[in-house]
Every structure is written in C-alpha cells, then in structure tokens.
Design a protein around this ligand. Structure first.
Ligand code: SF4
Length: 481
C-alpha cells in the first residue's frame, strides 16, 4: 500500500486539533453562512458546515463525523458544491458540543482568529497531484494559501463566501464555478505559470463552445489578466485580497462588486504596492484557454492515476447525501484499499485515491453496495437539488424528493438542477436545465442559453412527470445542451 505521507494531500489534512484550538471554542463572527463554529438555524434544525482543506478528510475524521452526526444532528452528512461537508438537523443546545467534537477530530481551522474558519475557501481538483494531465501538483500551494488566509487578521473582513480557485490543469477539475480569484496552471517555456483572473472562471474551449458559464452568478469576470510563476502565487493572492479590502465599499462582499466600481487595471495598479514583482495586464493572454478541457465524468468509476499504477475510484451518493453508516463504510474502504483518505468533490461525490489495480473491482462493488452511483450513465449522477421545503423556509417545493422521482424518469446524460427558490444554493454554476419551484410539485423549466440567471424559461408550472417528458424531448432535439 502506498505511504500515506508521501502522497499529494498529506499536507492538507491533519489528524488532531492545533494546540490553539484544543481547549477553547473560538467565538464565531456574525453571518448568515453556516460554519463549524456558527451553526445556523433552518427549518429542519441547525446547519453546521465543515470545511475540508482541499476537499480531503481522513477515515478517522469520517468516523468522527458519522458519530457526531448521529449524536448531535440528523445523522446525514451532505457534500457541498465546494467539496465541503455539512450536517443538518443539529439539535438545539447541542451546537457547542458538535463544534467541539469536530474540532477535536482535527476538522477546525488552524488558528483561533475568529475569521479563520470562514476564510478557508480554496478549491483544487479532487485528483490534484494524481491526475495524469495535471501540469503541477497544487496541494502544497493550496496548503500555503490556506495558511495565509488563516494567519492574517485583516482577512477577517472577507465574506465567508469569498473563494479562490487553484487549477492545476487536471482533467478532473471543476472550472465552471465563478471564483473571486482564480489561478490556473498554464504551460510555459520554463515550466508552468499560473494565469489568473478575477470574479470568474478559467476559460476552457469546452465551456466556451457550449456557452455555459453564464449563470446565477456572472462567470465572465475579468478573463485572464496576467501570469506569475508558482513561487509568486501566495504574494499575488495576498496583494489581491488586500486590494479588495482597501477598495471595496462596506457593502461589497465579492470581487464582482468591486469590479462594478473599479476596472481590472486599477486593481492591478493598486495590488502592485504589495508585491516586489511587476504586476500589469498581459495583453497576450486575451485568448488564453486551459490546455485541456475538464471532464466531470472522471469523478465516477475507476481512472488511472499518474505514474504508479494505482487508480482513483469514485461514486456519487444520491443528491450528495451520506448517512452515517455509509460514511463509516467509505472510511473503512479508504483504510482497507486506499491511503486512508476520502476526497470530497465539488460535484457532491466522493473519490477514493491510491487504489491498487487488483482492488479496483472490489472497491467499485462496495461503493455500489453502499448506494453510490459509479457510472455517469446513471441519471442520478446528473441531478442536483437544494434542501427545498423539507429543510428551508424559502423552499416552494420538496426539491430533494422531487429530484429522486425525476432521476427515475430522466434519459441518460441530462444535467438538471432543482432549486426551491431563485437563490440557487445547490449550484454556483448555471446547469443546462434548471427546475425552479413555483409551488409544491410544480416547477418552471429553464434552459441555459448564456443569458444571466437560469437562462430561458421554456415551460412553466410542470409536474415532475411533465418535466421528465419535456426534458427527454429537449435532450433528443439538442443532445449537447
Ligand atoms: S435555493 Fe432557496 S429553497 Fe433552496 S436551500 Fe437555498 S434558500 Fe432554500
């Protein structure tokens, strides 16, 4: 079995709480966003969000979450679209005990700064360091950025939603979520540079061809602005964050808000004061694109890793929900056949890295037995839904239940997002098709067409059966929507 310490991701995860947090629970900042320390009330109880550095958690931590979820919450862990986990239904008066249990398992922030939990928002590929197409292993840089974010008290002023994307050029990568700052590895004469931009996504031939980056949040942003070598990424990020904090109005929470009042060149000029290397827009990057299209289907099934003959094996729990018994089963699998680590993905699925070739079939069979879908042909891997009316007062319909019903009738390969209201909590991107709840059991169907929001409304007030039938017809007439 591969050594646990030698593999990518080892830097991102620790087994025990840092000393500064071991004896005290820090005071959370006021915000409506759930966190590990700030458990936010909802219709079905409290919500506790557990941020996973690089999406990674150990089998031991998975057992701790399973135990805590059954003791203090509803016994189900939900994977999020930022490769984190959240627990719902947290029992009243048990919030502090839950936070303490999770911190004791090493799932808390590295610092006692009140902002430290909120700012741990750096997304990397779940196959970082393992993907054969990656240009660089982003895990050490991700660890460095997470440490930077948590160590500077000035970053306490950042919104809990403020997020960074560090793209190593993997094929298995989620690059359609707009991020406040994105950095993407790009081949360079001397090796690799990180191209960066603000309030958007790295351009990709695949994404552009399908005009699918527009969405509830504008994905266009600044485009590629300039590039730096990997060694300058932490200083660059620090400069960009300080620039945001210097210039953003009090009610501006995201980089797109700042770009509404300042042009990108002005931001770069301001950021220049914080770095000792030249920082200016590079016009030659005007048509820059990722070196390879991303492929979300690689999160499912078994795929060869770089170099050593092992594979990563992945599966999708229906709607990203994992009950405690399943979570324990996944932890057992990671211990028995993998490197003792589980990787959450931003598609609300799970990846087990470092599986030896001879164990792949057994791991796939076990994932299937645990109720995870491992084949992208399974419709359930193409359906996402927010909490809906079962868990959220804003929900106009029971999206989770309706989504399961829809998945039984959907043709293969049709990506659908069910949302209980226009806030779109389950999707930071614009899905090809969105069902927006209008009333219990009734949805307006939108088709992505590049315009802001969910796209064009193609049919109002559909039942789930009507929606399934119409989606099948639309998929036949526009197979690559
Ligand atoms: S999208 Fe609306 S209904 Fe769904 S969880 Fe978010 S706020 Fe609630």
């Amino acid at each position: 079995m591969p050594s646990r310490d030698a593999k990518p991701g080892a830097l991102l995860n620790r087994a025990s709480p840092p000393p500064v947090l071991s004896n005290a629970i820090t005071t959370p900042r006021p915000s409506a966003c759930p966190g590990l320390l700030r458990i936010v009330p909802a219709l079905d109880g409290g919500i506790c969000r557990i941020k996973l550095p690089g999406g990674v958690l150990s089998a031991t931590q998975a057992h701790a979450i399973a135990d805590a979820s059954t003791r203090y919450a509803n016994g189900v862990a939900e994977l999020t679209n930022r490769a984190n986990l959240q627990l719902r239904g947290v029992h009243r008066a048990h919030e502090a005990a839950l936070s303490e249990a999770l911190i004791h398992a090493g799932l808390g922030p590295d610092s006692a700064l009140s902002s430290a939990d909120d700012v741990r928002n750096v997304m990397i590929s779940p196959a970082a360091g393992r993907d054969p197409y990656a240009l660089i292993d982003t895990t050490p840089l991700c660890a460095e950025l997470l440490a930077l974010l948590q160590s500077d008290a000035r970053f306490a002023a950042l919104s809990p939603k403020f997020a960074l994307l560090l793209d190593g050029g993997e094929r298995l990568a989620r690059v359609d979520h707009p991020h406040d700052v994105w950095l993407a590895a790009s081949p360079d004469e001397g090796g690799v540079r990180f191209v960066f931009g603000l309030a958007g996504c790295p351009a990709s031939a695949h994404l552009n061809a399908n005009a699918n980056t527009g969405g509830p949040r504008d994905a266009n942003g600044t485009g590629a602005l300039a590039a730096v070598p990997p060694s300058r990424v932490p200083a660059l990020v620090r400069a960009l964050l300080l620039t945001f904090l210097d210039l953003a109005a009090a009610d501006a929470t995201r980089m797109r808000d700042l770009l509404a009042t300042h042009c990108a060149d002005a931001l770069l000029r301001h950021a220049q004061r914080y770095v000792d290397f030249p920082l200016a827009r590079d016009a030659s990057l005007g048509h820059w694109q990722r070196h390879i299209p991303a492929d979300a289907s690689l999160r499912l099934g078994a795929h060869a890793q770089r170099g050593d003959g092992t594979s990563h094996v992945g599966g999708q729990p229906p709607l990203g929900r994992i009950d405690a018994a399943t979570l324990r089963g996944l932890a057992h699998l990671a211990d028995k056949h993998g490197n003792g680590m589980l990787h959450a993905t931003p598609w609300q699925s799970v990846l087990l890295p470092d599986i030896a070739t001879q164990a792949v079939a057994a791991v796939l069979a076990k994932l299937t037995a645990l109720g995870l879908a491992c084949d992208p042909a399974q419709a359930i891997t193409h359906v996402i839904a927010c909490a809906g009316s079962a868990g959220c007062a804003k929900g106009q319909a029971d999206t989770k239940t309706d989504a399961l019903q829809l998945a039984e009738r959907l043709p293969p390969g049709v990506d659908v997002h069910l949302t209980g209201c226009p806030r779109s909590c389950a999707a930071a991107h614009c899905a090809p098709y969105t069902l927006l709840a209008a009333a219990p059991g009734l949805y307006d169907l939108y088709r992505r067409d590049g315009r802001p929001g969910f796209g064009q409304c193609v049919a109002p007030q559909l039942t789930i059966d009507e929606a399934a039938a119409l989606l099948a017809r639309l998929a036949r007439s526009t197979p690559h929507a």
